[in-house]
Design a protein around this ligand. Sequence first.
Ligand code: AMP
Length: 460
Amino acid sequence: MNSAPFSTLSLRPELLTSIATLGYESMTPVQAQTLPHLLSGKDLIAQARTGSGKTAAFAIGLLNKLEAQAYCTQALVLCPTRELADQVAAEIRRLASTIPNIKLLTLCGGKPMGPQLASLRRDPHIVVGTPGRILKHIEKETLHLNTVETLVLDEADRMLDMGFHDEIMQIIGKTAVSRQTLLFSATYPDGIKKISDIVQRDPVDIRVEASHHSPDIDQIFFQVEKSERVEMLFKVIAHYQPKSSLVFCNTKQQCQELAEELRQHDLHVLALHGDLEQFERDQVLTQFAGKSSSILIATDVAARGLDVKELAAVINFELSHDPEIHIHRIGRTARAGSKGLAVSLFTDSERRRLQAIEEYQGSSAEIASTSTLKIPKNLKLYPPMITLFVNGGRKEKVRAGDLLGALTASGEIAGEQIGKITLFDKVAYVAIEQKVAKLALTILADGKIKGRKFRVRLLR
Ligand code: AMP
């Protein structure tokens, strides 16, 4: 952490208040390096990953010059996924909470158009969303971007990976030429440089050194034979028994196959890949965040924007072709000051990738022998919780308190046995301790919530 306090910046007083309320005492390195340029109106290209405080950096920048009295769209943030858009919107809302009458709208695909159209009848000050849906609104002429003063491309490299290049360029073409353009990206492939050259004016280039060096992560590599890769992965999990781990594969096919193979080892695993419908993706992420599964297998693309706190381990089933991506992957563990574990499996044919990683991080890899991996006797790797699915959500006016109340009313289940409750428009998920799961199912299935019966089942 850089020690400079936010008060060294010339920020509007409301923002200083909300920053203090959020407990942000000093700027993170990304914030300290970007904010002075951001506030002076410069275009900026910054290397920053999730967890660096980048969202607050651009949120403070755009909010500082926002005019609440002017009812037009003044800031647009493009994100690769709905999850990231939701997180970005939440952070901007928190920081904007002290400025009255700010209207922020998220516009993402996978959501019905109707409510978005209704919200757009009055122009929002800030729009956060995914490129496809934003373009749809521009085409329908329901969204007007000619007044945009701050344009943010968040996780720009991921947006390019997902094939959003043309949409992004079309959207930018609709914004005012006088805008300030801020580009945040974890990696700098050629495509990013090209976009920057076209859409930015003399941008300040900021790369935060710290992201190459990860003192808070124990990083271990194991050389394995191709044929024993799955077996070794199982051994790694059994040996370290991380409370939560994110396993990276390079392809979605590999992701699905690996999930099946680990299930045969009696592990509870979830897989996240591009072929999932949005509701399936929500369900997987809710289960993982609710500790109902401790292993999530994902591709880099599917894991974008994933913000799981306290990830105990990142495991690379295969090494990435790109050392920057490797660093980005392992940076997901060891957040918020706790030490993380990064384990990578590689075969002889992946040696060159390993060398590239060593060169990139400027230190040699610690390669351990697989003989050090021990499977404890009576190994039980069950997740502590299980997720209950309820076929009713915000639309039915179901609130977390209603679910909690229904479950604890008889006194058989204690509040502490209930974990994360997640509400969506039409469904809700309740994480519950394994040992009271059946009881919880019976209580909810037989009883009523808000005077209504809902369909309930356990997600195994
Ligand atoms: P991000 O990199 O934007 O995903 O932010 C990571 C987390 O850091 C978020 O939960 C922020 O609320 C938090 N955060 C951002 N800036 C600061 C700060 N200056 N001090 C402490 N926490 C922060």
